[in-house]
Write a protein that binds this ligand. Structure first.
Ligand code: NAD
Ligand code: TYD
Length: 340
């Protein structure tokens, strides 16, 4: 099979690419990425010389480029991770979220219609369901929960999901969608809660906690997310949506305190700052469908996973320091100057 992983130089996509390259040597894996600020080829060093791997730089919303690429490569499977992903950036500048997350998705779907594929998988998010109240721990998102997006990010992801299902029903494109909870793990861009707090705590800088810090997120290790996507792509039913989550709910304050404790830093570093506009209160996934239908279960437990992740950021300070200084963007120029 020839599999195109879009957004494969980002946090989750790079784990997916590595998993596919290593576990399926008979498959050809093409990583397609625009290398925005969030794309970092250093995340893919481990596979860059693998015989079944290739990198292509490009924009999923560039119709001419995408159609040329599909014509040439004849992909069997598309796994679409490419997106603008940071809620705070979407509040400042929604336009790029509409362009990549909505127009990029429909461009890929149009190319799938034109050239034919065996499966198009859309990597979506639980944020499309909106949020749950903090005083109803009995409520969870399942696949029938209505879409009710809060931020420009989640509205763009929800919009893309609607197009994916419309292309299935109207044109018969063989699609699946996964909606996962918050991911954590190595190589996450240090604008997101966990790596941001680790890098700031390491530098003894204030940790900006939005509002009261009582908002709840349901954390899943990035490897468990990628294993679930692999299962859905190979065994999931066409036209279906699968929620992914491991029942690891924590308040933001609990997460930040765990980080401070692991780093041996004082809680006085916590600084409560103005809340995010429209801040979702609680996300919580009911993963029964993927567990019963596909036999998926998470391998990581949050308390061990978060400690291991914090240790990774301590051991790989160079990685996030190069990001903070902007140096990581030179890697592409050097590595690929004669190749693309
Ligand atoms: P990320 O921001 O780390 O990576 C996004 C990648 O997409 C980057 O490599 C970037 O260069 C690339 N990209 C952006 N615009 C592009 C374009 N127009 N064309 C081609 N490539 C482009 O994101 P992530 O956290 O790895 O998330 C990946 C996917 O998973 C997203 O679709 C996101 O909505 C979804 N998701 C993320 C989480 C999470 O907790 N991070 C949870 C559930 C779902
Ligand atoms: P984030 O990692 O941006 O993911 P998302 O908003 O997609 O869930 O944020 C996780 C939670 O942490 C969210 O409730 C917002 C909060 N947060 C802070 O309190 N301070 C910060 O500096 C950031 C980036 C996030």
């Amino acid at each position: 099979m020839k599999i195109c992983v879009t957004g494969g130089a980002g946090f989750i996509g790079s784990v997916m690419v590595q998993m596919l390259v290593k576990n399926y040597p008979e498959d050809e894996i093409v990583c397609l990425d625009k290398l925005t600020y969030a794309g970092n080829l250093e995340n893919l060093k481990a596979v860059e010389n693998a015989p079944n791997y290739k990198f292509v730089k490009g924009d999923i919303a560039d119709r001419e480029f995408i159609f040329d690429l599909f014509k040439k490569e004849k992909f069997d499977v598309i796994i679409n991770f490419a997106a603008e992903t940071h809620v705070d950036r979407s509040v400042e500048h929604p336009e790029e979220f509409i362009r990549t997350n909505v127009m990029g998705t429909t461009t890929l779907l149009d190319a799938c219609r034109e050239f034919g594929i065996k499966r198009y998988h859309q990597v979506s998010t639980d944020e499309v369901y909106g949020d749950l109240p903090l005083d109803r721990p009995d409520l969870f998102f399942d696949e029938t929960t209505p879409i009710h997006a809060s931020s420009p990010y989640s509205a763009a992801k929800a919009s893309a999901d609607l197009f994916v299902m419309a292309y299935y029903r109207t044109f018969g494109v063989p699609v699946t969608i996964s909606r996962c909870s918050n991911n954590y793990g190595q190589y996450q861009f240090p604008e997101k809660l966990i790596p941001l707090m680790i890098s700031r705590a390491e530098a003894d800088e204030a940790l900006p906690v939005y509002g009261t810090g009582e908002n709840v997120r349901d954390w899943l290790h990035v490897e468990d997310h990628c294993k679930a996507i692999d299962l859905i792509v190979r065994k999931g039913r066409v036209g279906e949506i699968y929620n992914i989550g491991g029942h690891n709910e924590r308040t933001n304050l609990q997460v930040v305190k765990t980080i401070l404790d692991a780093l041996g830093k004082p809680e006085s570093l916590i600084k409560y700052v103005k809340d995010r506009p429209g801040h979702d209160r609680r996300y919580a996934i009911n993963p029964t469908k993927i567990e019963t239908e596909l036999g998926w279960e998470p391998t990581w437990n949050f308390d061990t996973g978060i400690r291991q992740t914090i240790q990774w950021y301590i051991d790989n300070e160079d990685w996030w320091k190069r990001i903070l200084s902007g140096e990581y963007q030179d890697y592409f120029k050097e590595m690929y100057k004669d190749r693309v």
